[in-house]
Design a protein around this ligand. Sequence first.
Ligand code: C2E
Ligand code: MG
Ligand code: MG
Length: 657
Amino acid sequence: MLWVGAALLALMAMLLGIDRLARAHLQVEATRTTVELAQHLQHIAPELATGLQADLPLALPAPTQRLLESLAGMAGMFRLQVYGADGHPVLRADLVPAPAASPDAPAADVGSPPPAATAIAQALAGQTRLAIRQGNGLTLPLVYSQAFVPIALEGRTVGVLGISLDQTERDELISASFRTAALLSAGALLASFALGVALWRRRMQAEQAQLSRLHYLAEHDSLTAALNLPMFREQLRLACAQQPAPPADATEPAASGPGVALLVVDIDQFKHINEHHGQAAGDQLLAQAAERMHNTLRGADLLGRLGGDRFAVLQTGVAGSADVKALAARLLAALAQPYPLDGAVAQATASVGAALCGTDGRDADSLMQHAELALQRARRDGRGRYGFYDPAMDALAQRRRQLTLDLAQALEHDGLQLHYQPLVCGRSGALQGYEALARWQHPVHGPVSPGEFIPLAEESGLIRALGRWVLHTACREAAGWPAGLSVAVNLSAAQFTDGDALVAEIRQAMQAARIPPARLQLEITESLLMNDTDQVLQTLGALQGLGVKIGMDDFGTGYSSLATLWRFPFDKLKIDRAFTQGLARDGKADLIVQSIVSLGHALGMRVNAEGVETEAQRRALQALGCDELQGFLLGRPQPVGKLAHEASAQTCPEAVT
Ligand code: C2E
Ligand code: MG
Ligand code: MG
């Protein structure tokens, strides 16, 4: 609308300008005609000039008068006046029906023409003066020109000719042509203007859309449409800043109004999905997971992607922890549904850690840290679940940080030891070898369990150095045992990230200790085979190729136990101690152990049973056909100096299958 108004205004201004132009053109045309006419007059009526020079009373002869009248008809001249050298009129001839008024009197002049006296004086000075005037259309033409032209004789101005010409027709003609031209160009101008405006508007819209897109990209994650980390942090910061401070002993959001909670969501074992289905499928899963979370949230809640498979939800309007629990449960349920990917269906679970603004943290940073701690706890507790922040977690996290630093120191300064637990023949009770188990005597905390420091080493990357140390130490110390005794070393999945380096390391450890590969056993857990399986299987194959025995540890506790057996020809299967401990208490445990033994034997594997603590368990396991037994009953892990090896002389007969 604004543009149309502006365009019309411009058009009006143009038409006004055109009128002025037309009038100026008329002035030029009228002057040219008048001067020509005056010259012509002087030519056909030379008595005018001579009479004036002689200062004679002027009277035009009849033929001259007729000539003038015919000229008037042709040129539109309706009045002729002659002024003497003193400026007084000496002749006036009305050549068409005479106007009543004096030519000096008529109405509106165009522009500011000089009054007649001035114009006559100027003409006497040698200048032609012409003004365009408007008449009433009755006594005077609607438009006419009034001109005063000097009459010169022998180089001297002897008088002035006053010539009035009807310009009505010419004015109309000029005005009409100017207006037509103006309208045509205005039309063209308007069309190009309209086109320009349309193009300009379209460009502005495109630019606006591009700007909005850039703005969106700056704030959102392109894969999942969730807020990106900086934007989510900012929203969290703002939400926390608006929360009133809670009373010191509060355990729920402030009673003064609805609170805010942060839930950090992590897709469990996402790495495996990427490795199993490919990265593109992994991306699809993340996008679907984000969409499900979006659909689970309420209007004011926000979803952010913190990076990788880690998301965060800013929950608003929280009346208490029950609201947060309800949302966490809804998120877990939504995320646990199968994910249709290109040509496959993937299953995944998620873990959630939650913290309430105010009670669990006053600002975005502490809330993030605390929700993260709660998440770690949920993951350690078995994944697929949610956990709330608890102030005790801070102390735990601090301990874990400190222990990690101390572990690095211990590794560097020989602060770890290996203890060896006997592995005995199930049938004869003969000592077969030992399992090497890492021990750490912390200078302040005392003994730290490998169940605590091995995961810390895995998370911090120290496992590489630790694994190397265990391998070299175990091989070196086993070299001092009787030749028939083997040593079993536990390997973490993290040691398999560079398979070739691991194979080289193991070869080097055996060579350095001068023990034959047949004396070395390596124990891995099922979780290893959930990772990059092809590469792992290749590494395991290479290790077996060296002549080293490969054992599957803690068998039966993972959720793909049977699949792992099918994938690799293990030399040994170690039944998890949970089954051993269930023997004689629960008939099902006997059945399971029996099945595992049969299965292992059928696949050509030796079967070990861990955690033998009682004579009854030992007898039951013997009866079920276990090839090897291990447990406190048969010997606790001991430092190398305390190993007796006394039963090593006996042999272990083969199983009868
Ligand atoms: P694992 O490989 O299954 O080791 C057997 C665990 O069972 C040892 O616990 C051992 O002390 C314990 N154990 C043996 N007999 C009995 C018994 O009769 N009753 C009970 N209740 N427990 C028994 P430990 O030494 O605490 O090690 C725990 C886990 O830590 C090991 O389980 C292994 O997975 C890991 N680990 C230990 N040393 C190393 C190591 O050098 N490298 C790696 N990667 N992991 C290690
Ligand atoms: Mg083991
Ligand atoms: Mg075990």
